[in-house]
Design a protein around this ligand. Structure first.
Ligand code: ADP
Ligand code: MG
Length: 389
């Protein structure tokens, strides 16, 4: 069997998928380009269309409109086995009565590859996933993590250019999940092929992917590097979904020098760098504030409010120790909460407790204006948003 790896570049061009002629499409006018050899995560809540996208790439589902290209080739009408893709499922789908070696070699058996050749290739893959010693075992004699690795080896035996992984870690316990996600990333690097990994877990996507695509209701809300998605969410949906940010909404008071000051309630003001966007006084805006850049101090009893620019105050609602940092949730009133992630050393130097009053403050440079269709008004023509690998 030739070991050439097909080109795993994936292009989805204006793809729409409707399961019913009327009603909301599962995937709507989706444009996405994934370069060969990149690790892409599709991230979004249940029902947003992630599996449908994978199935259209794999050929188990046809787009209602639009094109799917793999390696530059239009794959319309091509059966799954001829697309250079392989799929790994959440449930592993291993054959219970075949041993590990036969499970891994199965796809080659179907293709009529001679026994010695397919076993040799299967052994090579078992070595890659560090399971060579388990070749004769049945799946039931393996742990969940080991079954997962068998499933990975089995998917890779046809030398795909694209591996499609649908919630690959969701059946594992937390410890194994963290271990396996590192393994997946390592394997992807070693193989140099394209991985498209579907997950609804934010930190899983951030941890493994080069490119994260955040989806909602069949649409892409943001596509970008894992770092950008985490540190520079484009709109309130992405900021809230990823976490790591506070989202504040307010009304523009005045602007100068590329910054605007917005009133976010109760006389509290927020300074927002505008990055070239024009806003008018009285306009509604929203902005994100990085949770890890917020400092928190205890407010003195009866303390008069001083300079409420870039700071909020309220009662400490929750304290969660996360090991290297502590998450402090402050109740702002009207059911609104503000979160600070404080380094553990800073926190434990003078730990503030639930029920105490706190002041949280931050720098303007840690604030970002959010795009919301409702309030966005670019100074120049709207930039074309494309997915750069
Ligand atoms: P996700 O994987 O993000 O949870 P899916 O791609 O499975 O989402 O589903 C997206 C939407 O399409 C959902 O509303 C789902 O109910 C619908 N859907 C998925 N597959 C089918 C199908 N075979 N027939 C009808 N509706 C479907
Ligand atoms: Mg799904």
């Amino acid at each position: 069997m030739a070991a050439t790896i097909p080109n795993g570049k994936i292009e989805l061009i204006n793809v729409t998928k409707r399961f019913a002629p009327r009603g909301r499409p599962a995937v709507a006018n989706l444009d996405l380009c994934v370069e060969h050899g990149s690790y892409l995560c599709l991230l979004g809540p249940s029902g947003c269309g992630k599996t449908t996208i994978l199935r259209m790439i794999a050929g188990h589902e046809q787009p209602t409109e639009g094109d799917v290209l793999i390696g530059g080739r239009d794959v319309k009408g091509l059966p799954p086995g001829e697309r250079g893709t392989a799929m790994m499922f959440q449930s592993y789908a291993l054959f219970p009565h075949r041993n590990v070696l036969d499970n891994v070699a199965f796809a080659l058996k179907v293709r009529g590859v001679a026994k010695s050749a397919r076993y040799a290739k299967a052994r090579e893959l078992l070595e890659k996933v560090q399971l060579e010693a388990f070749a004769q075992r049945l799946p039931s004699e393996l742990s969940g993590g080991q079954q997962q690795r068998v499933a990975l080896a089995r998917a890779l035996i046809t030398n795909p250019g694209v591996l499609l992984l649908d919630e690959p870690l969701s059946a594992l316990d937390e410890y194994l999940r963290l271990q396996m996600r590192g393994e997946l990333r390592r394997m992807q690097r070693e193989l140099g092929i394209t991985f498209v990994h579907v997950t609804h877990t934010q930190l899983e996507a951030i941890a493994v992917a080069d490119i994260v695509v955040v989806m909602d209701q069949g649409r892409i809300e943001q596509a970008g590097s894992a770092r950008d998605i985490f540190l520079a969410p484009r709109n309130a949906y992405v900021a809230r979904f990823i976490g790591g940010q506070n989202v504040l909404a307010g009304m523009v008071e005045r602007s100068a020098d590329g910054r605007t000051v917005a009133v976010i309630g109760n006389g509290v003001r927020l300074e927002i760098p505008l990055g070239g966007v024009r806003v008018a006084p009285g306009e509604a805006v929203s902005a994100s504030v990085r949770r890890d850049r917020v400092t928190v101090r205890r407010s003195a009893p009866g303390e008069p409010r001083q300079d409420p620019l870039n700071s909020v105050s309220g009662e400490v609602h929750a304290i969660e120790n996360q090991g290297s940092w502590v998450k402090i949730t402050i109740e702002l009133g009207n059911d609104e909460r503000f979160v600070a992630n404080v380094p553990e050393r800073v926190y434990f130097a003078d730990p503030i407790d639930i029920g105490e009053r706190a002041v949280a403050s931050w720098q303007t440079s840690d604030v970002r204006l959010l795009e919301d269709d409702r309030v966005m008004r670019p100074a120049a023509p709207a930039p074309v948003t494309s997915v750069a690998a």
